[in-house]
Design a protein around this ligand. Structure first.
Ligand code: SRM
Ligand code: SF4
Length: 573
C-alpha cells in the first residue's frame, strides 16, 4: 500500500505531523543522529515530534528566553521526561530512583502529574539516554508517555477499598500494556537494543496502531464510585467500576471526553464522555482496542485541533459509534448499570484500607516535589521511601498516598512525617486542598500565563474572603491552567481560570462537584483585582443562600450566574 493511502484525510490533506509519523519508520526518524549532534542542545522539529512518543519533550527555560536572545545564544534547551506509571502506583525503589535522577540530571524537583505519573524537567540532551536507561532498569518506561498513542492509564487510587483497588488497577494495567506501542525503536535508541534497519522489511508491525499511529493522543481512566477522582468523563474512554455484593462485576463505559480547546475557536471545546453500556472485566481490553482502532480509522488527520476522539464521536454521532463498535467487537454491550459519584477530590490523612493496612494521603501543592524555603518535602519523602515497604500512589489531583503501610511501620512513617513537617493539608482551607494547577511557566512552551507558580498566591488572597464567609471547610474545586489545553482539567472546576496573557485569565464557574458537568465562561481576560472583586460577593452570597449540602458549582447555576453545561457543544453558546 502506498504510504499516503494509510492516512485518511478529512476535508484536507494530512497534517505535517502525519507525514513525520509515516516517514519515521516506526518512530525512529533521525533520532539516533540528532541526539548525538554536539553542535546544539536541541533537536530539529521532526525529531522533537517523534521524541514525544518516547516520553520526552524539548523545552526551553522561558524565564531565560529573552536574555539568551539578547546575547544571541540559542534558547536554553532542556528536556521534560514523563514516565508511564499505570494507576500511578510506584514502589519505594522506583521513588528513590526518580528522586536520584532528578538530582543527577534534572532540576532537583519532581512533578506529580494530573495523570498520576512522574515528570522530570531540565534534563539536557546529553543526559536523556542515561536517564531513560535508569528509569527502564527500575521496571518503568517512558514509551507512550506522550505522542499520538494511548497514554498512561489512570485509576482511582482509592485508599479505602483495598481489594477493589487492587483488582481495578490490575485491569487498568492490562489495558495500558495491551495498548503500548510495539515498535522496537525505543529499545534500539535508548537501551542499545539490536538495530532494525527497516522495520517494515523486518516484519515489524504495530498491530493496533499501524505505521501512522493515532491522529492524536488518547486517554483512558478507571473510576471506582463514589469517587470520580480520575475525572472519568474527561477521558477518551472511561471505565466506571460496578460493584455488586462487594464484588467487581464489570464496568460502565463512557466514551468521547476531553478537555482541550483553543481560545476564540468555537470548533474546539471540552466535552464530557457519554455512557454507552456495561461490559464484564474480561472484555474491557478488547473494548479498548476496538475503540482505539475506530479513532485510528476515523479521526481527523488533517486538522490536529479537531483530531481528538471526542470530535470523531460528535461528528458522526454516538449511535454511529455504538454500531461501529458493535461490528468490530462481535459482541454486545449490556445495559448501563446504576452508579453514583459523590466527588472528584482526594480524602486526606490516615485511612485504614479494607485489607487492614494504612494509607496516608499527603497534600502536595501543585504536585511539585522539592525542598524549598525550608520545607524539606523531597528529603522527607526520600527518607520515607527508605523505610517504606508498601507503595506510593500518585493521585489524579497531584497528591501523594503513602500506601499499604502496616501498623508496625505506621509509627515510623508518622515520625518522619512529623520530623519533616509533611502535611495532609489539615492546616489549609478546603479550597486550597481542592485546588489543581498545570505546570505552565517556565517550562511549558504553550503557556500564556502562570499557573503552578501563581495559583497558591491567588488562594492566599481568596482565603481571607473564604474565612470571612465561614467557608474554610467547604470544599470548592478550583483549577488553573496557563492556556486552554486543559492539563488540570479546568472545564471541570467549580471555579476555574484559564490563562489568556501574562496576568490575565478567563474565569469559568459551575462545574459539577463530582465531575459530571462542565463549567461555563463567566468573565473574560481579567486580572487579579477583578478576580477578587468578582468572586467576593458570589462567595458571600453562596455562604448565606446555599441550601443544605449545595455545592458551589450548583449554586452559581441556581443563582443565575452561568447556565449548566451538560454537553461540550453548548460550552461556547
Ligand atoms: Fe497536557 C500539552 C503538561 C495532563 C491536555 N501538557 C502539554 C505539554 C506537553 C505542552 C506541550 O505540548 O508542549 C505540557 C508540558 C508542560 C511541562 O512543562 O511539563 C503538558 N499535561 C501536562 C501535565 C504535566 C500537567 C500537570 O500539571 O500535571 C499533565 C501530564 C499528564 C500525564 O502524566 O500524562 C497533563 N494534558 C493533561 C490533561 C489532563 C488529563 O489528561 O487528565 C489534559 C486534558 C485532557 C485531555 O487530554 O483532553 C491535557 N496537554 C493537553 C493538550 C490539549 C489536547 C487537546 O485535546 O487539544 C496539550 C496540547 C496538545 O496536545 O497539543 C497538552
Ligand atoms: Fe502548558 Fe497549557 Fe498544559 Fe498548562 S494547560 S501545562 S500551559 S499546555
Amino acid at each position: 500500500m502506498a504510504k499516503e493511502q494509510l492516512v485518511k484525510p478529512i476535508g484536507g490533506p494530512p497534517s505535517e505531523v502525519e507525514h513525520i509519523k509515516i516517514e519515521s519508520n516506526y518512530l525512529r526518524g533521525a533520532l539516533v543522529e540528532t541526539l548525538r549532534n554536539p553542535i546544539t542542545g536541541g533537536l530539529p522539529e521532526d525529531d522533537n515530534r517523534l521524541l514525544k512518543f518516547h516520553g520526552s519533550y524539548m523545552q526551553d527555560d522561558r524565564d531565560l528566553r529573552n536574555e539568551r536572545e539578547k546575547q544571541k545564544l540559542e534558547p536554553a534547551f532542556q528536556f521534560m521526561i514523563r514516565v508511564v506509571l499505570p494507576s500511578g502506583v510506584a514502589t519505594s525503589e522506583q521513588w528513590l530512583a526518580m528522586d536520584s535522577l532528578a538530582h543527577k540530571y534534572g532540576n532537583e524537583t519532581l512533578r506529580l502529574t494530573t495523570r498520576q505519573t512522574f515528570q522530570m524537567h531540565g534534563v539536557l540532551k546529553w543526559n536523556l539516554k542515561p536517564t531513560l536507561q535508569k528509569i527502564n532498569s527500575e521496571l518503568m518506561t517512558t514509551l507512550a508517555a506522550c505522542g499520538d498513542v494511548n497514554r498512561n492509564v489512570m485509576c482511582s487510587p482509592n485508599p479505602f477499598q483495598s481489594d477493589l483497588h487492587g483488582e481495578v488497577s490490575h485491569w487498568a494495567r492490562q489495558v495500558n500494556d495491551h495498548l503500548a506501542p510495539r515498535t522496537r525503536a525505543y529499545h534500539e535508541i535508548w537501551l542499545d537494543g539490536e538495530k532494525v534497519v527497516d522495520g517494515q522489511q523486518e516484519g515489524e508491525v504495530e498491530p493496533i496502531y499501524g505505521p501512522v499511529y493515532l491522529p492524536r493522543k488518547f486517554k483512558i481512566g478507571f473510576a471506582i464510585p463514589p469517587y470520580n477522582d480520575v475525572d472519568v468523563f474527561s477521558q477518551d474512554i472511561g471505565y466506571i467500576a460496578v460493584v455488586e455484593d462487594g464484588k467487581l462485576k464489570g464496568f460502565n463505559i463512557s466514551v468521547g471526553g476531553g478537555m482541550g480547546m483553543s481560545h476564540g475557536d468555537t470548533a474546539t471545546y471540552p466535552q464530557l464522555g457519554k455512557v454507552i453500556g456495561f461490559c464484564p472485566p474480561e472484555r474491557i481490553v478488547d473494548l479498548a482496542e476496538k475503540t482505539v482502532t475506530i479513532q485510528r480509522d476515523y479521526g481527523n488527520r488533517s486538522v490536529r485541533k479537531n483530531a481528538r476522539f471526542k470530535y470523531t464521536i460528535d461528528r458522526h454521532g454516538i449511535d454511529w459509534f455504538k454500531t461501529e463498535l458493535q461490528n468490530r467487537l462481535g459482541w454486545q454491550l449490556e445495559a448501563v448499570r446504576p452508579y453514583q459519584f459523590e466527588n472528584n477530590g482526594d480524602r486526606y490523612g490516615w485511612l485504614k484500607g479494607s485489607n487492614g493496612k494504612w494509607n496516608l494521603t499527603l497534600y502536595i501543592q501543585s504536585g511539585r516535589i522539592e525542598d524549598k524555603d525550608g520545607y524539606l518535602l523531597m528529603t522527607g519523602l526520600r527518607e520515607i521511601a527508605k523505610v517504606h515497604s508498601g507503595d506510593f500512589r500518585i493521585t489524579p489531583n497531584q497528591n501523594l498516598i503513602i500506601g499499604n503501610v502496616s501498623s508496625q511501620k505506621k509509627r515510623k512513617i508518622t515520625e518522619l512525617v512529623e520530623q519533616f513537617g509533611l502535611t495532609d493539608g489539615a492546616q489549609h482551607s478546603a479550597l486550597r486542598r481542592s485546588s489543581l494547577s498545570c505546570v505552565s511557566l517556565p517550562t511549558c512552551g504553550l503557556a500564556m500565563a502562570e499557573a503552578e507558580r501563581y495559583l497558591p498566591t491567588l488562594i492566599d488572597k481568596l482565603e481571607p474572603i473564604i474565612n470571612e464567609a465561614g467557608l474554610r471547610d467547604q470544599e470548592i474545586n478550583i483549577r488553573m491552567t496557563g492556556c486552554p489545553n486543559g492539563c488540570a482539567r479546568p472545564a471541570l472546576g467549580e471555579i476555574s481560570f484559564i490563562g489568556k496573557a501574562v496576568g490575565k485569565y478567563n474565569m469559568y464557574m459551575g462545574a459539577g462537584f463530582a465531575g459530571e458537568r462542565l463549567n461555563k465562561l463567566y468573565k473574560e481576560n481579567i486580572d487579579e483585582t477583578e478576580i477578587l472583586d468578582t468572586l467576593k460577593p458570589i462567595i458571600h452570597q453562596y455562604a448565606k443562600e446555599r441550601e443544605t449540602g449545595e455545592h458551589f458549582g450548583d449554586f452559581v447555576i441556581r443563582a443565575g450566574y452561568v447556565k449548566a453545561v451538560h454537553d461540550g457543544q453548548e460550552f461556547h453558546s
